[in-house]
Design a protein around this ligand. Structure first.
Ligand code: GLN
Ligand code: ZN
Length: 767
């Protein structure tokens, strides 16, 4: 028996981020629209050829995107807010304006982008379409039809991929000034899908993959079941087309019972994160429907255990004997995996290479599974090699550090608790730190100027010696500290000139991490990130920040300098994490390393230490039923990292959002002395949450938005500060900006912070 092998989607960027170069070249005017189109066409052709070279029997098309697939879907359905329609006759420029905004003085256009949001619980971000009360829909782009024809002309068996109508609306938001919910517009949207699918059928498509990832969320069944039935009943009228209904990133759970009987021809199951669904799915999905078995993890970089996945596949195939066929596929789109392991050969050691699988290798794994079902012997060698790699990872001495495991297992309550309660600590800290009322501080980084980036690049290339580089950093740090001191800030920071981002620096200093050469994944638009890989037990061979902190403190004899660390949840969240133990355990190991650093900083005379945890909220599971367990361990690991210090030492933490409602109890349980939070864009949310939940410790809501070069006036920040004083007791309130000063230039930073200090000084006098 031969079965179909396919994937839900492939990374778009190219083996060397060619798409990034094309798109950014187009923005800057160096690449013409035609060159962009042709370069993209070539990329698609390369990616299909690559998939076919491993014997994948059907390739996805329409998974390619210049910017984002949700934006593509909205654009195709004519969901283009009025402010963009004037741009370029709603053409390619308008599309990019929706993605990234457009400021062109010569033609009098200045429009911000659509809102950007995290794509489920991945690190990919999508553009949030806006649906207005008087929304009309029309088939504005036939991109997916064109790409289908392109693939067909090249001789591929291809399956168009389209974001489904229910998910498109569920992921949209109500336009400003409108009041209807996007989903109320379903009936208006469906004819556009019917028209589009009619064109696909006419072009020769047999199957269409309709992505409805909202099926992996908690849904109001009454509303959503009706919407899905309405949508798929109407789509079923397009003759000659079969639909594969896909959802991913988790189990269908309670949505399965009604999703299983929708009038579609096949259902995809994410059997990596949603494997708990399998038995129920085999029972509930009618036997005339195809099951697409998502057995290869699209979101991680580890080789699959093919024997194990083959056992699951065999189980499905035998349960569906003589019924509709079974397909083998990726759990979700491979968009979230790096492109290929090939560039890592020679960069990573042989052993590590043997453990990994990027998009290209995942395609191969899928074809091996499909071949094994037909004739196990035909791939005996591949299966054997896979088993050897899997075993090597289980048994490697580089992965297991018994000392770390024993230490984590032996911890008791005292390792998660400060010596005294907050109010006792607050009194002690007041005595020792002697900070004024409304202390002023910043969140950590200062401008990463071209000079700073150049020095780092030269150091990496070897053009600057370690000594020269460290000297350069010292000079920058000293200038930064001296400026803060003069400006009148109270708690200073060293400026983070040695760091590119919040995780890489720590990963490079810890055992258990490796860094790939080209392990890029798309984060949003043309932006890619290269997450470190946590492959083994994490430990800290030496102090990571103590020298820098000590030096910075020595530049400021009178004012405290904050030690600056990234918290365990954030390090975990922004890495590729090992899958052979629970995430909580890996986070616990990172926490131990950070704890040791915190204690060393204290011993070195650092009296204020900030442990940033911006990713706690984004790590929230998709389903509410899973929140509690997650929040429990993420609070635990933060406490493990931060409670090793004396009462005198002030622990800060920071969050890049203030949408706290769902996690407020957890935030309180962190038991930090001071939290700073991004607030400038969402005053109401924060104050509302404070009012409802109350917050007893010290808090610094950002006083201005640093994401714009605009300098905020004293008056506007003073007004905001006065409003905050109505909700937060004066003795607990700090004055600080939002995070991210590193993205700004010095002139505006100096002016803005000078104004901020003036606000605090005036408020002290007035108090
Ligand atoms: N300390 C970091 C900074 O100021 C925090 C960044 C963040 O919260 N994302 O840049
Ligand atoms: Zn932040």
């Amino acid at each position: 028996m031969s079965i179909k092998s396919t994937i839900l989607g492939f990374p778009r960027m190219g083996s060397d981020r060619q798409l990034k170069k094309l798109v950014e070249g187009f923005w800057s005017g160096k690449v013409t629209e035609q060159e962009l189109a042709e370069g993209s066409k070539q990329l698609r052709a390369d990616h299909w050829a690559l998939q076919a070279s491993y014997g994948l029997t059907e390739v996805p098309v329409g998974d390619f995107s210049y910017y984002d697939h949700v934006l593509d879907a909205a654009f195709a359905a004519g969901i283009i807010p009025e402010r963009y329609q004037q741009v370029d006759n709603a053409g390619t420029q308008a599309y990019f304006a929706m993605g990234r905004g457009l400021q062109n003085k010569s033609i009098g256009i200045d429009v911000p982008s659509l809102e950007m949001k995290k794509w489920f619980d991945t690190n990919y971000h999508y553009m949030v379409p806006e649906v207005a009360d008087n929304q009309t829909f029309n088939l504005h782009s036939t991109k997916v039809v064109d790409e289908y024809k392109e693939a067909k002309a090249l001789g591929y068996a291809a399956r168009p991929v389209v974001l489904g109508p229910v998910s498109l609306l569920a992921l949209s938001k109500t336009a400003k000034g409108s009041s209807t919910k996007p989903l109320e517009h379903l009936a208006g949207l469906l004819p556009v899908y019917v028209e589009l699918f009619g064109q696909l059928a006419a072009a020769g498509a047999e199957w269409v993959q309709v992505d409805e990832p909202v099926l992996s969320l908690d849904l109001d069944a009454a509303v959503y079941q009706a919407a899905f039935v309405q949508a798929y009943t109407e789509l079923a009228q397009v003759s000659g087309l079969k639909y594969l209904l896909t959802s991913y990133f988790g189990r269908l759970g309670d949505n399965l019972s009604w999703a299983a009987t929708l009038p579609v021809h096949g259902i995809h199951l994410d059997l990596v994160r949603g494997s708990a669904d399998l038995d129920a799915a085999l029972e509930l999905i009618p036997t005339d429907k195809v099951i697409s078995a998502g057995l290869i993890n699209g979101r991680n970089i580890w080789k699959a255990n093919l024997d194990k996945q083959l056992a699951t596949l065999t189980k499905i195939v035998s349960a569906r004997q003589s019924a509709a066929p079974v397909w083998v596929s990726s759990s979700c789109s491979l968009l979230h995996s790096p492109h290929s392991l090939k560039p890592e050969v020679g960069h990573l050691d042989e052993e590590t290479l043997g453990w990994l699988s990027f998009a290209e290798e995942k395609v191969e794994e899928i074809t091996i599974l499909a071949a094994a079902i037909a004739d196990r012997e035909s791939v005996a060698e591949q299966l054997q090699r896979n088993a050897a790699n899997v075993l090597s990872r289980q048994q490697s001495e580089r992965i297991t550090r018994p000392a770390v495991q024993q230490r984590l297992a032996a911890l008791d309550e005292s390792s998660y608790t400060r010596q005294a309660a907050f109010n006792v600590r607050q009194a002690v800290q007041r005595d020792t730190l002697k900070l004024p009322l409304f202390p002023t501080t910043t969140i950590g980084s200062f401008p990463q100027t071209a000079e700073v980036r150049k020095a780092r690049a030269q150091f990496r290339k070897g053009a600057l010696s370690q000594e020269e580089y460290l000297q350069f950093l010292d000079v920058e740090t000293r200038k930064c500290i001296e400026w803060q001191d003069e400006a009148g800030l109270d708690v200073l920071v060293h400026g983070e000139f040695e760091r590119t981002d919040m995780v890489e620096f720590f990963g490079e200093h810890l055992e258990g991490f490796v860094f790939t050469k080209r392990g890029w994944v798309q984060s949003y638009g043309s932006r890619c990130v290269k997450p470190p890989v946590i492959f083994g037990d994490v430990s800290r061979p030496h102090a990571m920040t103590v020298d820098v902190a000590k030096f910075a403190q020595s530049c400021s004899p009178n004012k405290p300098v904050k030690g600056m660390l990234t918290g365990p949840v954030t390090i975990l969240q922004w890495s590729f994490v090992r899958d052979d133990q629970p995430r909580s355990q890996t986070a616990g190991q990172i926490a131990l390393a950070i704890r040791d650093e915190v204690v060393d900083l204290e011993a070195a005379g650092i009296r204020v230490i900030q442990v940033d945890e911006p990713a706690i909220r984004e790590g929230l599971p998709l389903r509410k039923a899973d929140y509690e367990a997650y929040l429990k361990w993420s609070v635990d690991v933060f406490r493990l990292a931060t409670t090793g210090v004396r009462n005198e030492t002030q622990i800060h933490t920071h969050f890049c959002y203030s949408d706290f409602n769902e996690i407020f109890t957890a935030i309180k349980s962190l038991d930090a002395d001071v939290i700073t939070i991004e607030n400038s864009k969402s005053d109401l949310k924060l104050l509302g949450a404070l009012e409802v939940h109350g917050y007893a410790a010290e808090i610094g809501p950002g006083l201005y938005d640093i994401h714009s070069p605009r300098v905020p006036s004293v008056e506007e920040m003073a007004a905001r500060f006065a409003a905050l004083q109505k909700y937060i007791p004066a003795e607990n309130l700090w004055a600080n900006p939002d995070c991210g000063l590193k993205t700004r230039g010095w002139p505006e930073v100096k002016e803005s912070l000078t104004n901020l200090v003036a606000v605090a000084v005036a408020a002290r006098k007035a108090h």
